[in-house]
Design a protein around this ligand. Structure first.
Ligand code: SF4
Length: 293
């Protein structure tokens, strides 16, 4: 991957961004890789040399790396920081790095640090559940210990004291502990095996020059169509609905209200959050279809 410095960040910061902190050790796949869409992984591998990322877009991933370095230095009894576990399964070696394990006898509490926004904390994040349950499985299989709890230590980067004071539903502090339900071990094992197989098949297809498996709506972070009820003289919506009927019903209660349709979109593709939108035939085809409509 090529790192650029379009906004003139200081050289040491640029050098820091250019260092590759990510390592899966001597493993075929990391947990992070198997939970990501096979299409994204294969395209990233193929176009790694051509992918560009600016240092200004890497602030939070660098902060994440910095946090891991700091966490490693903090040794507290009964806690294990930054442990990478390896497991041979279905002919591949899977690895996962666990941020923090609190050990009590043969019980383990897993904690993972995540920088996130206050807005995204409101939604249930499926990938957090998948990733953390894979870690719980690794602890169980590799260390023979039982995982008692899984928590995300969410560090809210845009936390606002003012919002917290006026909205009881808003996170009341910039650090929130989020509980993740623990899956049955056989459910997690099946999930891991299915994901490894999906990636293995994608690799074979790609090597043969065949079409990669398509990303699902959930992979592409598809936001469905919404209908906003707007009021004359006001810039923000009074309310946003999932259906046009609900929006129209509210709009009929006030002559100053009107309904505006907000078209849904695959946010990960349109914002190139996967990093490979430029080489993706699925996204290209979708864009062509949209412009033909
Ligand atoms: S552009 Fe969209 S469909 Fe293509 S790889 Fe990225 S997320 Fe998947």
């Amino acid at each position: 991957m090529k790192i650029t410095n379009k906004h003139g960040a200081p050289e040491p910061l640029f050098a820091l961004a250019s260092r590759d902190y990510y390592s899966k050790g001597k493993a075929t796949y990391s947990v992070t890789e198997i939970i990501s869409p096979p299409r994204v992984q294969r395209l990233r591998e193929e176009h790694n040399e051509a992918i560009e990322q600016d240092v200004s877009d890497m602030l939070w991933s660098m902060m994440g790396s910095a946090l891991h370095v700091v966490a490693e230095r903090s040794q507290v009894d009964g806690h294990i920081s930054e442990e990478r576990l390896f497991l041979d399964i279905d002919g591949v070696r899977l690895s996962g790095a666990i941020d923090l394990q609190r050990v009590e006898g043969d019980l383990v509490d897993i904690v993972d640090y995540k920088f996130t926004s206050a807005w995204s904390l409101r939604a249930d994040k499926e990938d957090w559940h998948q990733q953390q349950n894979c870690y719980a499985y690794l602890v169980h299989r590799v260390k023979g210990m039982k995982v008692r709890s899984i928590k995300i230590c969410a560090l809210i980067r845009d936390w606002s004291r003012r919002e917290a004071a006026i909205k009881p539903s808003y996170p009341q502090s910039p650090i929130q502990m989020v509980h993740i339900p623990i899956w049955e071990m056989d459910v997690t094992e099946k999930f891991i095996r299915d994901r490894i197989e999906a990636h293995r098949q994608a690799k074979v297809l790609h090597d043969w020059g065949d079409e990669l498996p398509l990303c699902t709506d959930s992979d592409r972070w598809v936001r469905g169509d919404k209908w906003a009820v707007m009021k004359d003289g006001r810039k923000t919506a009074v309310r946003v609905f999932d259906t046009e009927e609900e929006a129209k019903a509210l709009a009929e209660t006030d002559p100053k209200f009107n309904v505006v349709e907000r078209k849904g979109e695959p946010v990960r593709c349109t914002g190139n959050y996967c990093g490979v939108a430029a080489w993706c035939s699925q996204f290209k085809k979708e864009q062509e279809n949209a412009s033909a409509d």
